[in-house]
Design a protein around this ligand. Structure first.
Ligand SMILES: Cc1ncc(COP(=O)(O)O)c(C=O)c1O
Length: 455
């Protein structure tokens, strides 16, 4: 049983500090915050986004210096991780470029442009399946002055569609399909055969400037040996493409950097960046090719740590098999859907009574679905939590929820058992380090839900 207890008060991450009986997150007393605003309560803490972007830039700069690497490094934020306006704007303010994945992402950029909060020099890396409407919107962006807009081709028919919408010229990239143990060959990107076919099509044409090779490994950079194997294969592809196109100068090594957490700290991230850059440098030297400029598209790493959700335990239940369940006042399935669907572990901690006696509990949501529980890798997660005695109230927070959870659970809308979307507060710090906050959304009301349902 002991090895399943991964998310306890003892498992403190950098951003969390116990002060007395309360837990502080980035120096904010979460219990006081929940007393002020009620719960369930979603939080977005913006300063961590800038910190993480700056840290990655520093780690790449250090690895470049250590390997004597002569290319540049461009940090892109992939908007699909969290499209909320204040998140994307914070990434932009912190010097990130953007990766887009659908036509609606382009609408976001057009909206940011109309508010003058995005520079038209920003690199825009267009990934995802390029429908005709997506391509037309990209064209609109370029008409607005975005010159660093690069379309990464995902399939052979896509190139035909690009030619239809951009008859004169266009900066393009190729996405190489990767392999991983759970999915096998990815459907996203191009096989080696497709790449060779496209090389002859692009060469024949000469209106299109091939500038980027991109790959993305779904299992991420956390699986180091798998990632480096894919990197090696992509470097071979880069060399092959270079022999055909002198315009090729960008290597986009994708997303997949894990957010910093227990078991993956700054040093681990730094070592990993060094390994990648050392590999690329050695390959370039051995093969006499120029050092490509490196692009990354970190999503989870950029924003996961910005999110947390606070719940109150509203009931303690004993089951006949001897388990104690803490039942929360909202759904886990719908607020942290990655835990339910792909068993992503999330860190959970009590935020008050933390000095009290601890007991082993399982955690369940309020909906009537058996799956509305906190999962470990395969099983119900068993966690150590303060014992609830008498009328003591206990609040818990789930951390690192800032990537993908909002987009997968949908904002507002209709959720399982009509469990409402929680109130959402945005937290920031001013130059003097004072925390300021504003409410982004009130708790979803019954009226809003019934209106959607046609009542
Ligand atoms: C093409 C591409 N780039 C980047 C990312 C971001 O990945 P992560 O959040 O693991 O950094 C994704 C995620 O799905 C992706 O599909």
């Amino acid at each position: 049983m002991e090895d399943k207890i991964t998310c306890t008060i003892g498992g403190i991450e950098q951003s969390v500090q116990p002060i007395g009986n309360h837990l502080q997150w980035h120096g904010i007393d979460l219990f006081k915050l929940s007393e002020k605003h009620g719960s369930p309560l979603k939080l977005s803490y913006l300063p961590i986004i800038k910190d993480r972007i700056q840290l990655a830039k520093n780690l790449f700069a250090k690895a470049f210096a250590e390997t004597d690497y002569s290319g540049s490094y461009e940090y892109c934020y992939c908007t699909k991780s969290n499209q909320l306006s204040f998140i994307v704007q914070e990434a932009l303010r912190s010097g990130a470029h953007l990766e887009t994945s659908s036509e609606y992402d382009i609408d976001i950029i057009i909206s940011l442009c109309s508010k003058a909060v995005i520079d038209t020099k920003t690199y825009l890396i267009h990934n995802g399946t390029k429908s005709v409407t997506y391509l037309k919107k990209i064209k609109r962006l370029q008409e607005l002055g975005f010159t660093n807009s690069i379309i990464v081709i995902d399939s052979i028919p896509e190139f035909a569609r690009i030619k239809g919408i951009f008859p004169n010229s266009q900066r393009i990239g190729l996405r190489k399909a990767t392999y991983d143990a759970s999915f096998g060959c990815s459907r996203l990107g191009l096989s080696e055969v497709d790449i060779r076919t496209l090389v002859s099509q692009i060469k024949r044409d000469n209106r299109y400037s091939l500038e980027m090779l991109h790959f993305f490994v779904d299992s991420g950079m956390g699986d180091v040996s798998n990632y480096l194997r894919e990197l090696d294969e992509s470097l071979e592809t880069y060399k092959y493409l270079q022999s055909h196109f002198s315009s090729l100068r960008f290597l986009n090594i994708g997303g997949g950097m894990p957010p910093l957490k227990q078991g993956f700290n700054q040093d681990d991230a730094g070592n990993f960046v060094f390994k990648i850059m050392n590999r690329i440098k050695e390959f370039c030297d051995a093969n006499g090719i120029n050092n490509p400029d490196i692009f990354t598209e970190f999503g989870s790493y950029t924003v996961a740590e910005s999110g947390a959700v606070i719940f109150e335990v509203i009931e303690v239940k004993q089951t006949e098999d001897g388990n104690t369940w803490y039942i929360l006042n909202n759904s886990l399935m719908t607020t942290i859907p990655d835990n339910y669907s792909i068993r992503t572990p999330f860190q959970v901690m009590a935020i008050n009574n933390i000095g009290h006696e601890k007991i082993q509990v399982k955690i369940g949501g309020i909906s009537c679905d058996q799956y509305d529980v906190l999962f470990g890798k395969e099983d119900h997660q068993i966690v150590l939590m303060p014992k609830i005695i008498g009328s003591n109230r206990l609040f818990v927070a789930i951390f690192n929820t800032g990537a993908y959870q909002d987009s997968l659970s949908g904002y507002g809308g209709i959720k399982h058992c009509l469990i409402q979307s929680p109130k959402h507060m945005v937290l920031n710090k001013d130059e003097k380090g004072k925390v300021n906050e504003y409410q982004f959304k009130a708790e979803q009301s019954s009226g809003e839900m019934l209106a959607i349902l046609g009542y």
